[in-house]
Write a protein that binds this ligand. Structure first.
Ligand code: HH2
Length: 251
């Protein structure tokens, strides 16, 4: 899954694809580099981010989805039911839902649904990074959300531990180490480690807000080797090449 942030303020690529033409060109590049899904988002969810009004998010996302959807599977990265519904109308077929609350929209539109774990909300989530047992808490949350999705009638439910969403470096590493616990839910598991601050911190900068492409590829390979089904990444070409080697070794 290639990331297409149509935002002025995303933590690693804010402002680069805000313009419609630039966004569509980048979306096409992601496909040419090997992405099977392009994830279009119009609101940053980085720690401390301010919410975006619905009209503005619609304006950013819907035209880009409409343009790309005939060429590739498109997911929409949103927390708003109005944006989710409009994006499906424009051709998106997956709701990438960091709020894990859009199961009814997924059910009524027939879209797939990615339910992600987040502690709190983006504005405050890093102040809430406390767990007795992070893996068990995330597992229990995702079990409940997957059940809510099933009960609402969503056919296609994916789960995501939400790397960096109200979690410390150690929480993020523990979730990846114990990915088997989430795989045991029997749903496809998405991991989004790309460019996140944990990667920069692991390389020795305690105040890092992003990670490099090379560090992101390392995390993607680690997630792949632990059974992740979908990798949400900014650096598609590099990740595809690394995974070609990792999967050849895996046999
Ligand atoms: N991470 C981000 C955004 N959406 N969706 C899922 N399912 N999983 C993730 O880990 C995830 C996500 C944050 O990354 P990015 O889109 O690059 O930044 P921003 O939220 O600042 O736009």
């Amino acid at each position: 899954m290639g990331v297409l942030n149509v935002t002025p303020d995303s933590f690693s690529d804010g402002g680069r694809w805000l313009d419609f033409e630039a966004a569509v060109a980048h979306g096409r590049d992601l496909v040419a580099e090997g992405a099977d899904i392009v994830d279009v988002g119009g609101e940053s969810t980085r720690p401390g981010a301010e919410p975006v009004p619905v009209e503005e998010e619609l304006r950013r996302v819907v035209p880009v989805v409409r343009e790309l959807a005939p060429h590739v599977r498109v997911s929409v990265d949103t927390r708003k039911p109005e944006v989710a519904a409009a994006a499906v109308e424009a051709g998106a077929s997956i709701l990438n839902d960091v709020s894990a609350s859009l199961h009814r929209v997924a059910a009524s539109t027939g879209a797939g649904w990615i339910a992600m774990h987040m502690k709190g909300e983006p504005r405050t989530m890093q102040q809430e990074a406390h767990y007795d047992d992070v893996v068990e808490e995330v597992r229990a949350f995702l079990v409940a959300r997957a059940e809510a999705g099933r009960a609402a009638g969503v056919e296609d439910v994916w789960v995501d531990p939400g790397i960096g969403f109200g979690k410390t470096v150690e929480h993020n590493l523990e979730l990846l180490r114990r990915l088997d616990v989430l795989l045991a839910l029997g749903r496809p598991v998405l991991v989004g480690f790309s460019r996140k601050s944990t990667l920069g911190r692991l390389l020795g900068d305690p105040a890092a807000t992003t990670g490099t492409a090379a560090a992101s590829v390392g995390a993607a390979v680690a997630a792949f080797e632990r059974g992740a089904t979908i990798l949400r990444v900014h650096d598609v070409r590099e990740t595809v090449e690394a995974l070609a080697v990792a999967s050849a070794v895996a046999g």
